[in-house]
Design a protein around this ligand. Structure first.
Ligand SMILES: N[C@@H](CCC(=O)N[C@@H](CS)C(=O)NCC(=O)O)C(=O)O
Length: 203
C-alpha cells in the first residue's frame, strides 16, 4: 500500500493525520504538482482527475477521495475508532465530517484558489467568489464556536475524522490565506488548542 501525497494539501493532510492516529506505517509518495506530475499519463491512469491524495493498494487498485481512503483504513483498523462506534455514532460522525468538508474546507480552498498567484492559469480565478467564500468561512467559524461551547470535539466527546477535516481546513486557512480563529471565539479556540496539541497534528 502507498499514499500519493501532496504535502501542503488539506485533503492529503487529513489522510496523513488519520494514518498517524491509527499508528499505521504507510509509505508516502509525494507528487510534484508544480512540475505537472499529477497530469502525467502514469498518474492519470491511477486517478483520471489528477488529484491527491490517492491510496494505491498492493494489487494496483486505487482509492481516491480522502473520505473514502479514511473509510477503508477504518474498516481494516477499527481501533482507535475515528468514524464512530455504533450506528448512530457513525451517522453523526459522517454528518459532521461532511459538514466540515462542504461547509468549511471547500470555501477555505475556494478563497485560496481564487486569490493565490500559484493558481493563476491553472483555474479561472473569480475574485468575487473568493470574497463570498471568505464571508462563508467567517459565518461557519461563528457557528462552530457556538457548537463547541457545549462539547469537546466536533462530533461529540471524542476526537474523530470530523475534527481532522476541520483542523486541516484551519491549517490551510492560516498558512495560505491568513484566516485565523479569532481569540474571542472561546469554543473554537479551545478546540483548536486541544486538537493541535495532539502528537499527530503535524503529520
Ligand atoms: N475531494 C477530494 C479533493 C482532492 C483535491 O482536490 N486535491 C487537491 C489538493 S487539496 C489536488 O490534488 N489538486 C491538484 C489539481 O487540481 O491539479 C478529496 O477529498 O480527496
Amino acid at each position: 500500500m502507498k499514499l500519493y501525497d501532496l504535502p501542503p494539501s488539506p485533503n492529503a493532510r487529513r489522510v496523513r493525520i488519520f494514518i498517524a492516529e491509527k499508528g499505521l506505517d504507510i509509505p508516502l509518495h509525494p507528487v510534484d504538482m508544480m512540475a505537472g506530475e499529477n497530469k502525467s499519463p502514469e498518474y492519470l491512469a491511477k486517478n483520471p482527475l489528477g488529484k491527491m491524495p490517492l491510496l494505491e493498494l498492493d494489487d494496483g487498485r486505487c482509492i481516491a477521495e480522502s473520505a473514502a481512503i479514511c473509510r477503508y483504513l477504518e474498516e481494516l483498523h477499527p481501533d482507535p475508532p475515528l468514524m464512530g462506534r455504533d450506528a448512530i455514532d457513525r451517522a453523526l460522525v459522517e454528518m459532521w465530517h461532511r459538514r466540515m468538508e462542504l461547509e468549511l474546507l471547500n470555501p477555505m480552498i475556494s478563497v485560496f484558489v481564487h486569490t493565490a498567484e500559484m493558481w493563476q492559469g491553472r483555474v479561472v480565478q473569480i475574485p468575487q467568489l473568493a470574497e463570498v467564500s471568505r464571508e462563508q468561512v467567517q459565518a461557519r467559524m461563528a457557528w462552530l464556536d457556538e457548537e463547541l461551547k457545549g462539547r469537546e470535539y466536533i462530533a461529540g466527546d471524542s476526537y474523530t475524522v470530523a475534527d481532522i477535516a476541520a483542523q486541516c481546513a484551519f491549517v490551510m486557512g492560516k498558512a495560505a490565506v491568513g484566516i485565523r480563529i479569532p481569540e474571542d471565539m472561546s469554543g473554537l479556540s479551545q478546540w483548536w488548542s486541544r486538537v493541535t496539541s495532539r502528537p499527530t497534528a503535524r503529520a
